[in-house]
Design a protein around this ligand. Structure first.
Ligand code: F6R
Length: 628
C-alpha cells in the first residue's frame, strides 16, 4: 500500500476505483470536509457557485459536523453553494421525524449560511399524478445550476447509491422507486419497526449521479466491508449499483479500517505483491494459511507457503517450521485463564447497553469474581429504546397490583398506570414515549441487568448506572458525545481507580451506541490520564453479533461447561430482549444461543490451528490508544 502524506490515508492496491483507507472515521470525515471546503473556497474566490450533491444517513454525519465547524471557526462561506440531495422517502412530510429534509436541516443547513432557495431535496409529498413532471424539473434544476461539481455518496449494504437499489438501470434518472427489503431492514430502527418504513422513495437516478464531475463515496464500519469489496474489486453489474462508479472518470472511495477489512489489498496484501513482513503481518499470513490449507500451524510445510503466494516469506524468514513455531507460541500466550492475574485488582467493565457485559464477557466476569477481583460494571445507557410497549404496560399493571395487595399508596400508582395506558393507546408508530413510559422501560432493563450480574457473582454496590445524556433523546438517533458524557465517565474512573478496563470495541455503525460509548470512554481516559500515563490496561470486547478474527485476539479466556451454563443463565435474565419478541416464531433463547455458538466457535478456531481443545472462549483485543 502506498502512503498519501496529505491525508493520513493508505491507498489500497488492487482496487478498480482509487480507494483510500483512513485510520479512523474521524480522520476520514475531516479529510472529506477539507476537500469540500477547498472546492467551495476556490470557487468563491472566482465568484462562481459550487454545486454539491449530498446524501443523508449515518456515514456523512461526521463530515457535516466538520463542515459546520469550518463555517463557524474558519469562516467557510456557503452563501454561494447550491445543494441537491439524493433522495427522500415517498409520503414523508418535511417536518416528520424521519424526513431527510428535517435531517439535513438539523445536521447541516441550520448551522451554515446557505440560502434556503439554493437547497433542493426531493419533495416526498408530491401527488402521484405530478410526480413525473416534478422529477423532470428536479433534473432540469441540476442542469440549470451547471451540473453537480462534487457528489458525496454513502453506500447501502446491498450496494445502493441514493435509493438506486440492485437492478436499477444505468440510464435511470430522478424517479419514484421501490425500496429493497435490505434497505427497509437497515432503516427499521429509525422507524421503530420495519413495518413502519415507507416502501417507496424519490431518488436521483444512476445517470444523474454518474454525470457529477467528481464523486466521493464514503463507507465506514465493518457492516459495509463486503459491499465495498464487491464495488471496487468485482465486475460492473446492476446487482451492485455502486459498481457503475468503476466507469466514472473521477470517483474516489474513502473508507475507514473497518470497512476496508475485506479488501484483498488490505486483508491479504501479500496476494497483491511485496509487503514488509512485520510480526503482525507474519501472524496474519500464517493464520490465513491455516485457513486456506485446513492445516494446524505446526503441520504447515514449505510447499504450503509456496502454493499460496508466500514464497518470499518462507524464503526470507523460513523455513516453514520456524515461522509456524513463532506464531504458535504467540497464539498460546493469548490463552489466559486469569485475565486480570491472580493478585487482587479493581476491574471496570463498561457495558453500552444493559446486557452487553454478560453477552460478550459474562464468563470472564464470573472468572474474575471467582479470582477475588473487585469487578465493577458500568451501564452507560438505560437501553430503554429496546423495550416493547407491552412490557412497559405489564410492569405498570404489576406494580399497581403489588401496591394494592400490600396497601401501598394505591392511588398514586393507579394514576401512573393510567398515564401509561393512555399514552400507549394513542401512540403512533415511530412516536416518542412519554416520560413515565421511558422511565418504566429503563427500570425494566435496570432490574434485568442487576439480576444478570448477580448470576456472574458481582456485588450490587459495584454496579453503576451512568444513564449518559447523549442517549437520552427518546429516539434511535442520538446526540453527539458531549462534555457531560465524558465527565460522568471521568468521575467513575476517579472513583473506582481501575487497573483494568473493558470496553465494547465494535467497529460497525459509527453512530451506533457501542461505537459512541467507546469514543466517550477513550476521551475520558485521555482526559483522566494525561498522555495515557498510568492508564489502566484497556481491553476491547466485541458486541453481540461478531467475534474478533484470530489474528486480532490478544487475550482468549477459556470457559468450562459450568462457566458457560452460568453465562447463559445470566443472559437469560434479560427477558425483555428475547428475540422471540422481535421475530415471532424464532427460538426464544436465541440471544444466549448466539453467544454460546460464538464462544464455542472461537474455541474451535483455536483448536483448528493446533492449540488445546476448550469448550468455549471469550476473546479480547488490547486497545492501541487510538481514537475511533
Ligand atoms: C441517503 C442515501 C443512501 C445512504 C446509504 C448508506 O441519502 O442516499 O444511499 O447513503 O443507505 O446509509 P448509511 O450512511 O446510514 O449507512
Amino acid at each position: 500500500m502506498s502512503f498519501n502524506p496529505t491525508s493520513q490515508a493508505w491507498q489500497c492496491p488492487g482496487a478498480k476505483i482509487p480507494t483510500y483507507v483512513f485510520g479512523s472515521g474521524t480522520s476520514l470525515a475531516e479529510h472529506v470536509a477539507q476537500i469540500i471546503a477547498s472546492l467551495v473556497r476556490e470557487r468563491n474566490a472566482l465568484g462562481r457557485p459550487t454545486v454539491l450533491g449530498l446524501p443523508t444517513g449515518s456515514t456523512p454525519v461526521g463530515t457535516y459536523r466538520e463542515l459546520v465547524r469550518l463555517h463557524e471557526k474558519e469562516n467557510l462561506d456557503f452563501s454561494n453553494v447550491t445543494t441537491f440531495n439524493l433522495d427522500e422517502y415517498y409520503g414523508m412530510a418535511a417536518d416528520q421525524l424521519q424526513s431527510y429534509h428535517r435531517w439535513m436541516q438539523e445536521h447541516l443547513f441550520d448551522h451554515v449560511n446557505i440560502r434556503p432557495e439554493n437547497i433542493h431535496i426531493p419533495n416526498g409529498t408530491i401527488p402521484l399524478e405530478e410526480l413525473d413532471a416534478y422529477c423532470r424539473d428536479f433534473e432540469d434544476r441540476i442542469q440549470a445550476a451547471g451540473g453537480i461539481d462534487l457528489q458525496l455518496l454513502g453506500i447501502g449494504r446491498n450496494g445502493h447509491i441514493g435509493f438506486n437499489e440492485p437492478f436499477s438501470i444505468r440510464n435511470s434518472r430522478t424517479r419514484l422507486c421501490t425500496l429493497d427489503p435490505v434497505t427497509r431492514k437497515s432503516a427499521a430502527s429509525d422507524f421503530f419497526g420495519e413495518e413502519n418504513v415507507p416502501t417507496q422513495a424519490i431518488t436521483m437516478g444512476l445517470a444523474t449521479i454518474l454525470e457529477a464531475r467528481k464523486v466521493l463515496l464514503l463507507a465506514t464500519g465493518e457492516h459495509k466491508s463486503d459491499i465495498v469489496r464487491e464495488t471496487v474489486e468485482g465486475q460492473v453489474t446492476d446487482r451492485v449499483p455502486a459498481s457503475f462508479l468503476q466507469d466514472h472518470d473521477d470517483t474516489t472511495i474513502l473508507v475507514d479500517r473497518a470497512a476496508a477489512r475485506d479488501l484483498t489489498g488490505y486483508a491479504t496484501p501479500w496476494l497483491q505483491g511485496n509487503i514488509e513482513w512485520t510480526d503482525e503481518a507474519i501472524k496474519r499470513a500464517l493464520l490465513w494459511l491455516c485457513d486456506q490449507t485446513g492445516k494446524a500451524l505446526l503441520k504447515l510445510d514449505d510447499d504450503d507457503f509456496r502454493n499460496h503466494n508466500l514464497h518470499r516469506l518462507v524464503r526470507r524468514r523460513g523455513p516453514a517450521a520456524r515461522l509456524a513455531h513463532r506464531v504458535f507460541r504467540w497464539m498460546v500466550e493469548t490463552i489466559q485463564y486469569h485475565p486480570a492475574g491472580t493478585d487482587t485488582q479493581r476491574v471496570l467493565c463498561f457495558s453500552p447497553h444493559p446486557d452487553d457485559d454478560v453477552i460478550s464477557m459474562g464468563g470472564t466476569i464470573l472468572r474474575m469474581n471467582d479470582d477475588g477481583h473487585e469487578v465493577h460494571v458500568a451501564y452507560m445507557t438505560s437501553g430503554n429504546i429496546a423495550v416493547f410497549d407491552h412490557d412497559a404496560s405489564r410492569v405498570a399493571d404489576l406494580v399497581t397490583e403489588f401496591n394494592r395487595l400490600f396497601e401501598i399508596d394505591e392511588e398514586k400508582s393507579r394514576r401512573v398506570q393510567q398515564t401509561v395506558v393512555d399514552a400507549l393507546a394513542s401512540k403512533q408508530p415511530g412516536q416518542l414515549d412519554v416520560d413515565a413510559v421511558m422511565r418504566i422501560k429503563g427500570l425494566i432493563r435496570w432490574s434485568e441487568a442487576k439480576a444478570a450480574t448477580m448470576e456472574v457473582r458481582c456485588q450490587k454496590e459495584n454496579l453503576h448506572f451512568l444513564d449518559l445524556p447523549f442517549y437520552r433523546t427518546g429516539t434511535v438517533a442520538k446526540l453527539p458525545i458531549g462534555e457531560q458524557d465524558v465527565e460522568l465517565i471521568c468521575e467513575l474512573l476517579e472513583k473506582v481507580q481501575p487497573t483494568q478496563v473493558y470496553v465494547a470495541g465494535d467497529l460497525s455503525d459509527p453512530h451506533g451506541t457501542h461505537r459512541m460509548c467507546a469514543a466517550a470512554i477513550f476521551r475520558a481516559l485521555d482526559q483522566t490520564y494525561k498522555n495515557l500515563v498510568g492508564c489502566p490496561e484497556v481491553l476491547l470486547y466485541r458486541g453481540a453479533w461478531q467475534e474478533y478474527e484470530l489474528h486480532e485476539i490478544d487475550i482468549a479466556v477459556p470457559l468450562s461447561p459450568s462457566d458457560l451454563e452460568r453465562k447463559k443463565k445470566a443472559i437469560f435474565m434479560h427477558e425483555s430482549q428475547k428475540d422471540e419478541a422481535l421475530f415471532p416464531g424464532t427460538d426464544p433463547r436465541e440471544f444466549w444461543k448466539r453467544a454460546e455458538d460464538r464462544n464455542i466457535d472461537t474455541a474451535n478456531r483455536y483448536n483448528s490451528i493446533g492449540l488445546p481443545e476448550y469448550l468455549a472462549m471469550e476473546a479480547f483485543a488490547r486497545w492501541n490508544g487510538q481514537a475511533l
